[in-house]
Design a protein around this ligand. Structure first.
Ligand code: ATP
Ligand code: MG
Length: 421
């Protein structure tokens, strides 16, 4: 029997790139509209310096692209588990701990969900990656503790976690008709998370599902890493990445790396970073690239460039070539991205994903032929090379695609209903 009253609690999928809030109600889509009628809120904050206010989501991206002066922050979740989390950053003229910026974003999710639902939420099930941090238990625990503390600070009285790929499993389970053994593959913006689960229409209503969770695994690899590879190989060479110094040493790459990584783009604008480029310039054999780099920084166009690269990456899921127009930096300048070159740069990352799935299967003592279905979710699961790579591991399994951006939030809504009534 399906319960017939709306859940008291909500689930929040705080994603590296996109966030959703799920609230279970009988016979309706659990995802709450967070920005006009959209159920995702891009995990982005823009501190608009001219109007002295923070804005979020698509509006944040739009104001940044319209050229408002201010500071854009994306990939906030990547701060969890990074050393930056303990530091402060300057926004609107004052020093603000990064944690408080997380609080602003999560607080916005809560407030918008409550406004749309017409009632407050005091309990929440937060999604979490299987690992916030690879191979460092303490840092991983700190990341989860920080997220929980932020959730309490913004007003949730009770906070609990569920693994994102388990939540996705519960979403998929709500539409199957017979028992299946399923590998959930959730490739998002920051992490790749996996779970091996036994799902069935009968067991779906049970509160205790531990016996059906055959294993979980994950690696800190996601769309932002794919963006980084594409940027470093396809675009940054035009900005001096790989240039030679007169001493024949390669040009230092700190600025290129900062610009290719979403959550460190602002570091490329620091006075120290700019001074170091200026002093380097005279020692470079051909300064064409570094001059463009300095222009890019002068224009504070790092996020703009990263967005062009990301758009190119997404286009390469359907097309074989993509041209990035860089006239903003220099007349006639463009970068051409191709699918084969992109796939080449992905290989080492895909290998790590395959290893993680292989280890998960062997920990669960399951052969590849014992998995009935592979369920894909997460935006990055749209990459054809990634799908092929997973297919090659489990050639017999049926492939199913979930709502790439909504499965986790929907599954967390189901979990919140079970846990809190
Ligand atoms: N068609 C596509 N092809 C390739 N990548 C895509 C496509 N659509 C979206 N992406 C990428 O998917 C990522 C966002 O996916 P998603 O919203 O699932 O991540 P997230 O839940 O925010 O991150 P995480 O779960 O890792 O914290 C971004 O890196 C985006 O560029
Ligand atoms: Mg996700």
């Amino acid at each position: 029997m399906q319960p017939s009253t709306p859940a008291r609690a909500c689930g929040i999928d705080f994603g590296t790139s996109n966030s959703t809030v799920g609230w279970w109600r009988p016979d309706s889509d659990p995802l709450i509209a967070l920005e006009q009628d959209q159920s995702t809120l891009p995990s982005v904050v823009f501190f608009n310096l001219e109007e002295r206010r923070p804005v979020y989501g698509r509006q944040a991206l739009a104001e940044y692209l319209e050229g408002y002066d201010g500071r854009l922050m994306r990939s906030l979740k990547s701060l969890l588990g990074s050393k930056l989390l303990k530091s402060e950053t300057t926004v609107l003229g004052s020093a603000v701990p990064f944690k408080d910026i997380l609080g602003l974003f999560l607080g916005t999710l809560k407030a918008r969900a409550e406004a749309a639902a017409g009632r407050p939420f005091e309990q929440v099930v937060l999604g979490r990656p299987v690992f916030f941090v690879d191979d460092d238990e303490q840092a991983d625990r700190e990341a989860a503790d920080t997220l929980a503390a932020v959730a309490r600070k913004i007003g949730f009285a009770e906070v609990s976690f569920q693994y994102e790929p388990i939540a996705a499993a519960f979403d998929y389970e709500s539409r199957i008709e017979a028992e299946e053994r399923v590998l959930i593959v959730d490739i998002g913006g920051g992490t790749s998370d996996f779970s091996l689960v036994r799902l069935s229409p009968e067991r779906r209503l049970l509160d205790e599902r531990q016996a059906d969770i055959l294993g979980t695994g994950g690696v800190h690899i996601g769309g932002t890493d794919f963006d980084k590879q594409l940027s470093l190989h396809g675009v940054m060479p035009l900005f001096g990445y790989g240039s030679r110094m007169k001493s024949d040493a390669p040009m230092p790459t700190a600025t290129h790396l900062n610009l290719a990584t979403w959550h460190t783009i602002n570091a490329a604008y620091s006075a120290a970073s700019q001074r170091s480029l200026q002093s380097m310039r005279y020692d470079i054999v051909d300064p064409t690239g570094i001059d463009r780099l300095m222009r890019l920084i002068e224009q504070r166009a790092g996020h703009w460039l990263a967005m062009q690269v990301e758009a190119g990456k997404i286009a390469l899921s359907d097309e074989t070539r993509y041209r990035i127009d860089l006239q903003r930096i220099e007349q006639g300048l463009e970068a051409t991205l191709t699918r084969p070159a992109f796939e080449q740069t992905l290989q080492p990352l895909l290998e790590r994903l395959r290893t993680a799935v292989g280890e998960l299967l062997s920990r669960a003592e399951l052969g590849a032929d014992q998995v009935d279905t592979v369920f894909f979710t997460g935006g990055s699961s749209g990459i054809p090379a990634l799908r092929r790579s997973m297919e090659s591991l489990l050639p017999q399994a049926r492939q199913v695609e979930g709502n790439r951006f909504g499965s986790i939030g929907s599954g967390l809504a189901i979990e919140a209903k079970k846990r809190y009534g």
